[in-house]
Design a protein around this ligand. Structure first.
Ligand SMILES: Nc1ncnc2c1ncn2[C@@H]1O[C@H](COP(=O)(O)OP(=O)(O)OP(=O)(O)O)[C@@H](O)[C@H]1O
Ligand SMILES: [Mg+2]
Length: 249
């Protein structure tokens, strides 16, 4: 296997079209192991589509995506997805499972012992500020939207996958909880050395979390660089996002 050490994911000239229309086009970039790449962009710019290409929910029309050096089209899908924690935009908890069962799902599929799963689930619920004694036994409909999102984050972390895809995971949270969770997540990500791809349309969130920002516009990545480089970018879409910060302070 031609695994390029230090690179988790590589997009090589990737285009995805449906019904003769490009959802994303000409994507060429790499995601390094241990980095937090934030995909920033307005609604419909192609952020979720880019994520779904990584875990092969979408197949590219042209080009290829390498995961650990191997094209996603050649991976066994189940093995690939077990290596990639995924927090989807619509949360996607199983309604007939308790919080505890939702979070422990992948570890149990991987054959962990019940006691080990329970310890892990409780540890994660504490991390996302949902005390297990209060929340472990509840069902999705007994939670607020923000609490459901936090269960989604705990579930994605549960089996300790090397790569995490997080699609607006903090969207439904109030600004105070949101900032707390962003900071906690950043600490955790750096401590565990996880590779994270994080989608947001919130520039402030991008600045809290990103080691690099990939700016999506009209299905293309029009900028990729550190937050400092983003501040110096003269791309009109980058400037438009920076105007959003200025307009609230
Ligand atoms: N399965 C699909 N078939 C056809 N078009 C799609 C499909 N999924 C998304 N699109 C279109 O592709 C474009 C990019 O969608 P995508 O979901 O990637 O946007 P996004 O950046 O995640 O937006 P948002 O911030 O609103 O979630 C949009 O124009 C969308 O309508
Ligand atoms: Mg989206």
């Amino acid at each position: 296997m031609s695994q390029d050490k230090g690179i988790a994911v590589e997009f090589r000239d990737v285009t995805l079209s449906k019904n003769n229309r490009s959802l994303v086009s000409n994507l060429n970039f790499t995601i390094r192991q241990g980095e937090a790449l934030v995909l920033l962009g307005r609604s419909g710019s192609g952020k979720t589509t880019t994520m779904k290409l990584i875990n092969h929910l979408f197949s590219p029309t042209r080009g290829e995506i390498l995961f650990e050096g191997k094209p996603t089209t050649e991976w066994d899908e189940i093995r690939l997805r077990r290596k990639i924690g995924y927090v989807i935009q619509e949360i996607g908890l199983f309604p007939h499972f308790t919080v505890e069962k939702n979070v422990g799902l992948v570890p149990s599929l991987e054959g962990w012992k019940p006691k080990q799963i329970k310890t892990r689930v409780h540890e994660l619920l504490n991390i996302v500020s949902l005390p297990p004694e209060q929340f472990a036994g509840r069902y999705a409909h007994e939670l607020s939207g923000g609490q459901r999102q936090r269960v989604g984050v705990a579930r994605a972390l549960a089996a300790d996958p090397p790569v995490l895809l997080m699609d607006e995971p903090f969207g439904a949270l109030d600004p105070i909880t949101r900032l707390e969770l962003q900071k906690e997540f950043k600490r955790l990500q750096q401590e565990l050395g996880k590779t994270v791809v994080f989608v947001t349309h919130d520039i402030q969130e991008a600045f809290v979390l990103a080691s690099r920002i990939g700016l999506m516009y009209g299905g293309e990545m029009v900028f990729l660089g550190t937050p400092e480089e983003f501040l110096r970018s003269s791309h009109p879409e980058a400037t438009a996002f920076m105007e959003c910060i200025k307009s609230v302070v």
